[in-house]
Write a protein that binds this ligand. Structure first.
Ligand code: NAP
Length: 300
């Protein structure tokens, strides 16, 4: 039996692992994809203290290495259920493996939000993508679009503008939510066009994306392209835990800044928690708070 099982190997979960190990607890981190979490999709992180500029992949790897060097065990497995067994929690995974932990920290982050338009799902990997860092290189010298107005969309558009012949940045408002510094950098790019007050409504092409239809100021506009990167934020995926913790209307785990869920022995950290600011810095802060709360709870 582990002292603490951490579900999610992003910045929140990995920071929790470091703190829990340094407090002498046995720790298992369960991650369903790859360690590092969402940040690994970010080409550049320039607002993480003491590191002026780093790729998200490198930052995620550093965090994972640090947690493992401290002695955290890691398994790649998808948690599908948690059972509260009074004196411990039983963490059940997709292929039947079960792990026992005295305490659990939920740090599952959030997954990319989809546009919800026809054929989006079927064209994923055939022109439609959610990670320009991962897939942008496939579109060298081609025309692409990015949909969204936050930092992710702005960064994606900047990254793609380095290698693609043309980048349309499509946003549903006339102002961006992301940082002005990134907007300015995009304005100076000759191959970037802003398509504002606009929504992507149709995806064209049979087996591969060949173009999109955009509705802009009540008019329909056809844009020929081979790639569409959707960067419209993230949403949580906490359904597997709804029997042990309370979820808010958006599906986030309800908990205050103390990261306590209201269920004894279950804590929450990072983007999957209901909160206002979701940044790497706030995720790592949550990781520390949740781990220390779990340690205090274990010591009774
Ligand atoms: P975000 O800041 O929530 O922005 C999402 C954008 O998508 C918003 O502009 C939103 O429009 C738009 N949107 C949402 N739903 C939509 C829909 N159904 N159709 C069309 N557009 C839609 O998400 P994010 O850019 O992924 O960033 C998430 C967090 O990570 C933010 O706090 C961000 O600052 C942070 N981040 C940090 C870095 C870094 O370098 N450290 C990099 C990337 C992201 P509205 O503006 O109209 O709501």
């Amino acid at each position: 039996m582990y002292d603490i099982i951490i579900i999610g190997g992003g910045p929140a979960g990995l920071t929790a692992a470091v703190y829990a190990r340094r407090a002498g607890k046995s720790v298992l981190v369960l991650e369903k994809d790859a360690l590092g979490g969402q940040i690994t999709w970010s080409p550049r992180v320039e607002n993480y203290p003491a590191i002026p500029s780093v790729s998200g992949m490198d930052l995620g790897n550093l965090m994972a290495e640090q947690a493992m060097e401290q002695g955290a065990e890691v398994e790649i497995d998808e948690v599908v259920e948690i059972r509260d067994c009074v004196d411990h929690k039983l963490v059940c995974c997709a292929f039947g493996t079960e792990y026992e932990g005295k305490a659990v920290i939920l740090a599952t982050g959030a997954k990319p939000r989809t546009l919800g338009i026809p054929r989006e799902e079927e064209l994923v990997g055939c022109g439609v993508g959610y990670c320009a860092v991962c897939d942008g290189a496939f579109f060298k010298d081609q025309i692409v679009a990015v949909n969204g107005g936050g930092n992710s969309a702005l960064q994606d558009a900047l990254l793609l503008s380095e290698t693609c012949s043309r980048v349309y940045l499509i946003h549903r408002r006339d102002r961006f939510r992301g940082e002005e510094k990134l907007v300015e950098a995009l304005r100076s790019k000759k191959n970037v066009e802003f398509v504002l007050n606009a929504a992507v409504t149709e995806l064209l092409g049979e087996e591969e994306l060949k173009g999109i239809v955009v509705e802009q100021d009540g008019e329909r506009r056809w844009i020929e392209l081979s790639g569409l990167f959707v960067a419209i934020g993230h949403e949580p995926d906490n359904k597997a835990f709804r029997n042990v913790v309370k979820l808010d209307a958006g599906g986030y785990v309800s908990a205050g800044e103390d990261c306590m869920t209201g269920t004894a022995g279950v804590f929450v950290a990072g983007d999957c928690r209901g909160k206002k600011i979701r940044q790497v810095t706030t995720a790592v802060a949550d990781g520390a708070v949740a781990a220390l709360a779990a340690c205090a709870w274990l010591e009774g």
